[in-house]
Write a protein that binds this ligand. Structure first.
Ligand SMILES: *Cc1c(COP(=O)(O)O)cnc(C)c1O
Length: 385
């Protein structure tokens, strides 16, 4: 049998490896000059006066950002059930409650027309997730947030780089945006994330809280003119800083972000063209002139498909091809289901999407032959050769 084709792999080049070696030789392993540079590069990449704060995961970033927005016990945060648990678990870290709003079945993104019905006097923040790397309907979400005096935090774990009406995600008129550099994401540092904001107060609070609530970070401590031993704890903060080894990867991955996007776009187009006649619903496209980050290629089997989703994935695996599912909606996981007494049919669109969704491998390390091999096998498994 051919070699197993994994569902995802990072694309790490010689530049990344040399940068990590350089950090190892320098002796600076924790937050230091490479992290500073990665933050500066990231802020420049996003543009429009963005500040960028590096953290050790997007989960950490989402937590810090919500904390900085003032979310606390008893508050409610509106988000989608069609996401990874990070998006909602951070709400629970702060003693607040996630309130789910069903998705638009075409895009898998939160359906703005359902948001207002979920707003109460406890609602503080709306957290849209740009599923797969396709932007949410941000004009509508921002309009609703303004009307009800709510904050907006974008979970952009899939959305680097993504644009909405020509503007890069991270430059929209929202309060804060959080990216992930987890090993499988569109750019990877192994573990890592970035908070982006133009709000000085949010940026400062995140900087302090990411490192123990200390008013100066480790790098400043060892390079400033004040005595190196001196620091002040101003809050019970967290240990969420990014280290220089991870940042070394990030510096070079970021430079490739647009080239990676272009390659994934071509691969997605090839899938679209080769699978269009099958009993599937193809993933939605970005609107004309916009960019889709293509973190996930989310195919849906139709009722006409000869087999169900689970069988499809098992069959692909037998043929040496890894597939995945995005996502098992949060409301059917035991924790959220039992804590909030949720039933699958409470969010019918999310549940129906989940039952039929399969994510095909799509990453820049794949060769053209890999893509053609996936296509051939999908066609065979769905009975069309
Ligand atoms: C991956 C992911 C996260 C969490 O990212 P980490 O960097 O692993 O913490 C958050 N939200 C979504 C939608 C994700 O896919």
């Amino acid at each position: 049998m051919e070699k197993f084709l994994p569902y995802a792999l990072p694309d790490i080049g010689e530049e990344e490896i040399q940068e990590v070696l350089d950090s190892l030789h320098s002796g600076w392993l924790t937050t230091g000059p490479k992290t500073k540079r990665f933050e500066q590069d990231f802020a420049e990449f996003i543009g429009e006066g963005a500040q960028a704060i590096a953290v050790n995961s997007a989960t950490a970033g989402l937590h810090l950002a919500l904390e900085a927005l003032g979310v606390g016990p008893g508050d409610e945060v509106i988000t989608t059930p069609y996401t990874f648990t990070s998006t909602a678990e951070v709400v629970r870290y702060l003693g607040a409650d996630p309130v789910f709003v069903d998705i638009d079945p075409n895009t898998f993104n939160i359906d703005p027309s359902l948001i207002e019905a979920a707003i109460t006097e406890k609602t503080k923040v709306i957290v849209p997730v740009h599923f797969a790397g396709l932007s949410c309907d941000m004009d509508e979400i921002i309009r609703i947030a303004r009307k009800h005096n709510l904050k907006v935090m974008e979970d952009a774990a899939h959305a680097l780089p993504t644009t909405y009406k020509g503007k890069l995600i991270g430059t929209l008129d929202t309060d804060v945006t959080v990216y992930s550099f987890y090993a499988t994401k569109t750019i990877a540092t192994g573990e890592g994330g970035m908070i982006v904001t133009r709000d000085e107060a949010v940026a400062n609070r995140c900087r302090v809280m990411r490192l123990h609530g200390i008013s100066r970070d480790a790098f400043d401590r060892y390079t400033s003119t004040k005595p190196a031993w001196h620091y002040e704890v101003v809050a019970p903060g967290f240990k969420y800083n990014m280290g220089d080894l991870n940042a070394s990867l990030g510096i070079h991955q970021l430079r490739k972000a647009w080239a990676f996007q272009e390659k994934r776009d071509q691969m997605a187009n090839r899938y679209d063209e080769a699978l269009a006649d099958l009993p599937v619903i193809l993933p939605p496209k970005a609107r004309q002139g916009d960019y889709h980050a293509h973190h996930v290629y989310a195919l849906r089997l139709t009722e006409d498909a000869p087999i169900g989703r689970d069988e499809f994935i098992a069959e692909m695996s037998n043929r040496g091809i890894g597939c995945s599912v995005h996502f098992i909606p949060l409301h059917i996981h035991p924790y959220y289901r039992d804590t909030y007494q949720l039933k699958p049919e409470d969010y019918p669109k999310a549940y129906q999407a989940y039952e039929k969704e399969v994510s095909l491998p799509l990453y820049t390390k794949m060769t053209e032959e890999d893509i053609e091999r996936v296509i051939k096998n999908v066609r065979e498994v769905l009975g069309k050769v």
